[in-house]
Write a protein that binds this ligand. Structure first.
Ligand code: BGC
Length: 329
């Protein structure tokens, strides 16, 4: 069922309770039972809608029009070059200065789901085309499903993700004790500015090999140039499978999250740049206090690949999903 309370829209069933807000379609709380049946809130977040309007670090929000970096804030489609805001070193990050993460979405409730919608006008944050965009949140038993749908009146670029920081202990403490599995035998390099530069490497023999369950802390401090540049993990992992691509597990609570997505990639980000933000109940959110599994198409793909999957053709439907399922063991 869907409930409302103040500004919040809440999805609830016997397994999960998910508190959301219209600004950035923020996932504010995600309540799950641990192995002792105690309720844990497994995402970082803020308390109020105002904090999301002025937020930092994209905590729990949808990211668009284009997740991650666009080289030099520039892309070309059909021979025409467009300029989007440079807000991260020499590049554009997460849809510009006031991308989707900062917009207040309209909403409706249908079939036990929350349908958040937003019409992004042509040239908003420099991006071309009028884009009608929907984020639909629903519960499917023990899973939160996020469906992204869009349609544009021009060929344009779109690459949507959700930027939740998970911490399966239920508190914003060091997340690197979590055990991570990523079914990916390749990952993408980033340059000194965090920009994906087109170099792809096999994970075999590197600290990026999470094909079997591995504690993040065992890998994150290893001597590896990509880890140094990223200040930890902040890299796209290229999936080998088309479902159940990522698992995250915390032994203390017994909570396991399973990620399934239609996207080919996830940027795994270990909150390397998160510095002392005051979150829910005045808890400090600090470096490495959460882990993001940002499912998406390859970052900066619009500048790396002529036939980029991030091109949304005029009149065609963008339709991608990610689900986060929870169980205890
Ligand atoms: C990016 C990081 C960036 C962070 C900002 C992540 O998705 O990969 O490089 O610093 O978002 O919150």
């Amino acid at each position: 069922m869907v409930l409302t309370q103040g500004d919040f829209l809440i999805l609830k069933n016997e397994f999960l309770e998910v508190w959301t807000l219209p600004t950035g379609c923020a996932i504010v709380k995600l309540l799950v039972k641990d192995k002792n049946s105690d309720i844990r809130d497994v995402v970082l977040g803020y308390d109020t809608e105002e904090e999301y309007e002025n937020q930092d670090a994209y905590i729990g929000v949808v990211v668009g029009r284009v997740a991650n970096r666009i080289e030099k804030g520039r892309y070309t489609i059909n021979g025409k070059t467009y300029h989007v805001p440079i807000n991260n070193g020499p590049n554009s990050l997460h849809g510009g200065i006031r991308g989707f993460s900062f917009r207040k979405f309209d909403w409706s409730i249908a079939n036990e789901a929350i349908d958040y919608s937003y019409v992004s006008p042509d040239k908003e944050e420099g991006f071309n085309g009028n884009v009608e965009f929907h984020v639909i949140y629903s519960l499917e038993e023990n899973a939160l499903k996020m469906q992204y749908k869009a349609i544009s009146d021009e060929d344009t670029v779109l690459n949507i993700t959700n930027h939740s920081y998970f911490n399966l202990t239920g508190a914003p403490c060091d997340v690197t004790d979590h055990i991570l599995t990523v079914h990916a035998s390749k990952f993408a390099h980033v340059d000194e500015d965090g920009l994906v530069d087109g170099v792809i490497e096999d994970v075999e023999g590197t600290p990026f090999d999470f094909r079997t369950p591995t504690r993040v802390s065992e890998q994150i401090e290893k001597d590896n140039r990509q880890l140094v540049i990223g200040k930890g993990f902040d890299h796209p992992f290229i999936f080998d499978t088309d479902s159940d691509q990522v698992q995250l597990y915390d032994e203390t609570t017994g909570i396991e999250m399973n990620v399934s997505t239609s996207y080919p990639v996830a940027t795994i980000y270990t909150a390397n740049y998160l510095v002392n933000l005051l979150g829910k109940d005045k808890h400090a959110m600090t470096r490495r206090s959460g882990i993001c599994v940002e499912t998406q198409f390859m970052s900066n793909d619009i500048n790396l690949n002529e036939n980029s999957q991030t091109i949304l053709r005029k009149g065609e439907e963008y339709n991608e999903y990610t689900s986060f399922a929870f169980r205890v063991r």
